[in-house]
Design a protein around this ligand. Structure first.
Ligand SMILES: CC(C)(COP(=O)(O)OP(=O)(O)OC[C@H]1O[C@@H](n2cnc3c(N)ncnc32)[C@H](O)[C@@H]1OP(=O)(O)O)[C@@H](O)C(=O)NCCC(=O)NCCS
Length: 179
């Protein structure tokens, strides 16, 4: 597996990968929503607020993962939201997703990011270190439809302690349909 952070050269292929993967797993409407989200994340997010990792096998794109900055008005710690993540349908279930997530988290850890948070199935993301948190302990930037999916992990030796909000996400995520 090869990893790259070059999302500008491959932006259309990345958006297509997310749209087709989410269409296959969640239906056409979700596929369109996530495809549009990825296009906006790439086009509108300041470089310092965005990290993208893509995985390729034999020169073909097989997966991708986005991290975007969450800003907490009352807290100096650096927090990134991990979402969305996709592995091409035909390549799922072979460990690529977990390896890609670990690769992204390691890169963020190395640059000194304090906390990673995501919104998804705790059973799957628990395998890569995420644990449930409450919105009281770690405020979300939008009301959560599925608060049980709000999960986070410290990327430093410091334990995950209460973060003071309010929380702000990048513009592309500021859409209640995504939360
Ligand atoms: C979720 C996803 C990125 C995982 O990538 P992957 O390469 O298939 O994952 P891995 O091979 O590392 O891990 C597979 C395990 O995760 C589980 N899993 C896969 N997708 C899951 C999901 N959406 N929710 C819960 N568990 C999931 C599988 O059951 C499998 O468990 P097993 O090993 O006991 O069979 C990939 O399946 C995908 O792109 N799914 C569609 C898009 C999506 O739901 N993205 C996540 C929300 S942002």
């Amino acid at each position: 597996m090869n990893y790259s952070t070059d999302y500008t050269t491959h932006s259309e292929a990345i958006a297509d990968l997310f749209a087709s993967t989410f269409t296959a797993s969640e239906g056409a409407e979700e596929g369109a929503l996530i495809g549009a989200l990825v296009r906006r994340l790439i086009a509108e997010t300041a470089r310092e607020d965005l990290r993208v990792f893509i995985a390729s096998e034999d020169g073909a794109l097989v997966g991708g993962i986005f991290f975007t900055r969450l800003t907490y008005a009352g807290d100096p710690r650096t927090v990134f939201l991990m979402a969305p993540v996709a592995v091409k349908t035909a390549h799922q279930g072979k460990g690529i997703g977990q390896r890609l997530i670990m690769h992204g988290l390691d890169a963020l850890r190395q640059e000194g990011v304090d906390i990673a948070v995501t919104y998804g199935d705790p059973a799957f993301y628990g395998r890569v270190g995420f644990q449930s948190v409450t919105e009281a302990d770690l405020p979300a930037p939008q009301p959560l439809n599925q608060p049980q999916g709000w999960i986070a992990q410290s990327l430093t030796d410091a334990p995950l302690t209460l973060i003071r909000g309010p929380a702000r996400c990048v513009a592309a995520f500021d859409d209640p349909a995504l939360w």
